[in-house]
Design a protein around this ligand. Structure first.
Ligand code: NCD
Length: 307
């Protein structure tokens, strides 16, 4: 039962929840009209203390496609935070007005803190470099739709594995399924944080390896998850400039990949995937964007308890 729950960490969703949400999202994809009024009279707040295009708009579109309405802000400077209000007080206030809150904040742990003061479910729409469970749900709906299941895949994660919260959340989730194998492709400085290696990967018992060159391993992959270098989390611009073009997926590299590999990316893309790859049938990132809205429709309707 997801009704009334907070979704802060990807493990707040059980494997059964993930199955049910993916199945519901699939039904919504096939027959969206059947769900167009299920959230009538319900309100979603989107509190974005950090910029976003896809995530905020997909939450808002999701609620509107369910017949509900939305309010919120897209920028911390448009909130009482600028007057010195604490996050706890902002959440106490907003949760008195709405049925569910989606929040993004640059600080790790902010969503967990918010959930302690909220009268309604809080969905973590990204807390710093930590987690992003609804992107993971989006990724799971995509993998379910395009690869038919969550087990038995060799999954390559490429780019900024240190700061990329989508990588942390998806690794944490896929490592709960049997027979997956992970290939972590990054420059030395952008490897996954230690806690992901020790508490997620090693604890799962699943095989994983690291690589520095994408072309050395791309031929082994069933799923390639590309990510951008997370400029906003660097302390030093010189480091960002040096690392930002570490990987560029192009036609040449795609020639080395399996015919049925899929390329995913949470977007925004900067230049880590050349636009020439967009027409390749294996490019799944724009489908993934669309699946994200249905993933959020499924989650919102379960959390507010209408389905
Ligand atoms: C991701 C994020 O915000 O972490 N974007 C998204 O939610 N679609 C990835 C990113 O910003 O690189």
């Amino acid at each position: 039962m997801l009704k009334g729950q907070h979704v802060i960490d990807p493990t707040d969703l059980s494997l059964q929840d993930i199955d049910e949400l993916c199945t519901l999202a699939d039904q919504m994809i096939v027959d969206p009209d059947a769900y167009k009024d299920v959230c009538h009279g319900k309100i979603l707040a989107t509190l974005f203390f950090e910029p976003s295009t896809r995530t905020r708009l997909s939450f808002e579109a999701a609620m509107q496609h369910l017949g509900g309405s939305t309010l919120g802000f897209a920028d911390a400077s448009a909130s009482s935070t600028t007057k010195g209000e604490t996050l706890a007080d902002t959440i106490r206030t907003v949760s008195s007005y709405v049925d569910v809150i989606a929040m993004r904040n640059p600080k790790e742990g902010a969503a967990l803190l918010a959930s302690r003061y909220s009268r309604v479910p809080v969905i973590n729409a990204g807390d710093g470099g930590h987690h992003h469970p609804t992107q993971t749900l989006t990724d799971m709906v995509t993998i379910h739709a395009l690869k038919g299941g969550f087990s038995g895949h060799t999954v390559g994660f490429c780019g900024d594995l240190k700061f990329g919260r989508t990588v942390h959340s998806l690794l944490k989730t896929l490592s709960r399924y049997p027979d997956n194998k992970f290939v972590l492709i990054s420059p030395n400085e952008l490897q996954v944080p230690d806690y992901i290696t020790t508490q997620v990967l090693k604890r799962s018992g699943l095989p994983f390896e690291t690589a520095e060159r994408l072309e050395d391993v791309i031929g082994d992959l069933d799923i390639l998850y590309m990510t951008r270098v997370q400029k906003e989390r660097f302390f030093n611009e010189q480091d960002y400039i040096r690392l930002k073009d570490s990987y560029i997926l192009d036609h040449e590299k795609m020639k080395l990949a399996k015919d049925n590999m899929i390329v995913m990316h949470p977007l925004p893309r900067v230049n880590e995937i050349a636009t020439e790859v967009d027409d390749d049938p294996r490019a799944a990132y724009f489908k993934q964007v669309r699946y994200g809205m249905f993933a959020r429709m499924a989650l919102i309707s379960k959390l507010v308890g209408v389905l």
